[in-house]
Design a protein around this ligand. Structure first.
Ligand SMILES: [Zn+2]
Length: 383
């Protein structure tokens, strides 16, 4: 963090817009960042009203502060919502118009202000992505605005910033990052570059997650989580996501299940579904061999079962519900959920084609009680 002043200067920043949320102000993190910037002789304009799942209205309020402050560099401090708000504000500040104009890919025509991302959770990987997810204030439609110009020039990963978060946040964001590393490893768009990031993310996250859950002050493991989440973000940037994310969104919309829990609860069923495709089965087996959960030479089926067992063990360790039934989800809504999941953008990138009937099957699996898994020695265990 001590490098922040020099990094900001190197990007020719003088008047910095610091985008964050009230919780991070209360925790003292925003004040510390502000002090570092002031110490470096920079001016700081603060926007501390970031809300979860930011809307066009949130971005407009941030934009007003940015305009009044005549800022020339943007810093996002927080989780995915702070990054999304900062990117959305930067888009409008430099390119004009409204967020709806940037819904889609590469809609910005003019250069944007340099952006520094400082994540305080190890989860979304938004600090390494060029997309901003903003909801329409009126219609509640979530708009993904992807533009390479929106990506951070610098992602500053400081594990000390992640220590103060509540344990449920550590668990849910950690499972989200883990799910990103698994889903990106098999998507239709996977390629050698995304594979490298997926594998490295998985290798870091699998051993680090139990450590941060057991000992939240373990700074080394926190660092591994943060780096793993960032690499998983780079994997998404290069290969998109799959059916676990497509199935999770309707669960969040209907039953208010938090994102990390929703993707986690769907993941084992999705892995088993995709593993019926030989190329995906091999990709999962290779992923499992990265942190030595199993070795491909022991047999591909064995490796995939060992992977599923370890995922289930990690989900249980993180306190993710064993069944959708435990989260108040209504089984009668499965056909509706399945229709909605099939229409999600991320469903297109799943390695196996997934239609509504497939999603129905995946939800039904997630209503069954999950096994105990095996957190230990790499044998497949009960699955
Ligand atoms: Zn996610």
């Amino acid at each position: 963090m001590s490098q922040l002043g020099a990094l900001t200067r190197a990007l020719a920043g003088q008047r910095v817009l610091l985008v964050t949320d009230p919780g991070l102000v209360a925790a003292g993190h925003a004040g510390r960042i502000r002090a570092i910037l002031l110490e470096a002789g920079l001016e700081v304009v603060l926007f501390d009203q970031v809300r979860e799942n930011p809307t066009t209205g949130c971005v407009d309020r941030c934009l007003e502060v940015a305009r009044d402050g005549r800022v020339d560099l943007v810093i996002g401090l927080g989780g995915g919502s702070a990054m999304d708000t900062a990117k959305g504000c930067n888009l409008l500040l430099t390119n004009g118009g409204r967020i709806q104009d940037y819904w889609g890919v590469g809609k910005a025509t003019r250069p944007m202000l340099p952006f520094i991302a400082i994540p305080t959770t190890a989860g979304t990987g938004s600090e390494c992505q060029s997309s901003a997810l903003i909801a329409d204030e009126q219609t509640h439609q979530k708009m993904a605005c992807l533009d390479p110009k929106a990506a951070a020039r610098v992602a500053l990963l400081d594990p000390a910033l992640t220590i103060s978060q509540p344990s449920a946040v550590t668990a849910h964001t950690g499972i989200d990052a883990l799910t990103h590393s698994v889903e990106t490893a098999v998507t239709k768009k996977r390629n050698p570059l995304s594979r490298m990031f997926s594998h490295e993310a998985f290798r870091l996250l699998v051993p680090a997650l139990p450590r941060v859950l057991e000992n939240p002050g373990d700074l080394e493991a926190r660092g591994q989580m943060l780096l793993g989440a960032a690499y998983a973000g780079l994997a998404i940037e290069n290969s998109m996501l799959g059916a676990a994310h497509a199935a999770a969104n309707p669960l969040t919309a209907h039953f208010n299940i938090v994102h990390g829990e929703a993707v986690g609860i769907m993941l084992p069923a999705v892995v088993r579904f995709n593993a019926q495709d030989p190329a995906s089965r091999l990709a999962y087996a290779e992923l499992a061999s990265t942190p030595e959960i199993a070795c491909v030479s022991e047999g591909i089926e064995y490796a995939v079962e060992a992977l599923c067992a370890r995922l289930e063990a990690l989900l249980n360790l993180a306190g993710i519900a064993r069944s959708l039934a435990n989260l108040g989800a209504d089984p009668n809504l499965v056909p509706t959920l399945a229709e909605e999941a099939a229409r999600q953008w991320t469903a297109n990138f799943n390695p196996r084609t997934v239609g509504a009937p497939d999603f129905s099957g995946l939800y039904e699996r997630a209503f069954e009680r999950r096994g105990d898994g095996d957190a230990g020695n790499g044998s497949p265990g009960a699955v």
